[in-house]
Design a protein around this ligand. Sequence first.
Ligand code: MN
Ligand code: MN
Length: 408
Amino acid sequence: MFGLGPAVVATAAGLSAGQTIVARDANHIDGQGGTRNAPNETMPGPRNRPLEQENPDSEFPPDTDNGSVRPFKYSFSLSRKRIESGGWTRQVTVRDLPISKDIAGVEMRLVAGGIRELHWHVEAEWAIMLYGTARITAVDQHARSFVSDVGEGDLWLFPKGVPHSIQGLGPDGCRFLLVFDDGSFDEFHTFLITDWLTHTPKEVLAKNFAVPASTFNRVPKREMFIFKADLPGDLAMEQKQAAEGTGTIPQSYDFRTSEMKPTKVTRGGEVKIIDSKNFPVTPITAAIVTLKPGGLRELHWHPNADEWQYYIKGKGRMTIFIAGSDARTMDFQEGDVGYILQSQPHYVENTGDTDLVFLEMFKNPHYEDISLAEWMAHTPRQLMDQHLKVGIDMLDAVPKQETVITPA
Ligand code: MN
Ligand code: MN
């Protein structure tokens, strides 16, 4: 195995009795500097203890790190939070994390009744509900309607340019993550229905709908964006109302991950891959990865897209190797965003004692990866051994099918 420290420890959680796994180097475990107390390793003078403790692989990087790899991490906790009467939102875009050119993310909280105003944008919107429930609505280019209620773990996808809304339901609204297929997306600059009408002459609106201009006297002068309102009506009634004359969209914009079997399960964890094969409307692919304590998302890369990550729970670390001998390891936890450029190899290791759950997101309708193990297993043994000198026996034993998450 590449890039791992020599320490071998037994970990009970998630593994059978007597099972041993390769764990991270003991020097990196406690985030306190571990045994690193030599004079050249101590840090007299100013320091930011809490940040160091969250980032032990920056305080004492593995010896295998090298060079000046640009940061590939940003935390939502550092983003400006915009708070409105109906909830709040914050975002991580290319402006925060300069390498994240292809994907941007937005977190949002809506109280019960809180509405993210009717709007649209140039980019497609992929979403996952992290807490609570919401009513979502949309209308497609054939005037077909979509009205649905989504709960924790459910996904939705609003195609490019399709107008939509999101409203928190009872008892406590919701919280969700939005993912957009352009790093320069800006949630504060979307096409809002009130904003548009406010910037259209009233006599034109009157002509458009054949009503008196005074009809539009009460359209808000300022965007509503996120505002508190009464809860929506009965779902079936609203669906019927919205579908009058044109019907509903033929392929659903929502997806229930709870009704999907994992794509791969190993002793180290599991992954669910949701791409256009099982969610036909999506131009964005998601892998929802759960790593048990000690689990490793194996060494791999993605030949068809950059990867944007969102950490939902637990603690982990990732090393990215850059052509030209450069490598950097960074630590991740809840609310952190990670980013890996197309074809740059990486792994993700659970460094905590609870499950690590994170999303791998790709601006591509098809999931693709190549793992180191697959490459080794399907290359002539002698050729591979002439490079790595790990022995033919080791190469013979590499699984012929991709493991995805180790231990297998
Ligand atoms: Mn939107
Ligand atoms: Mn990956």
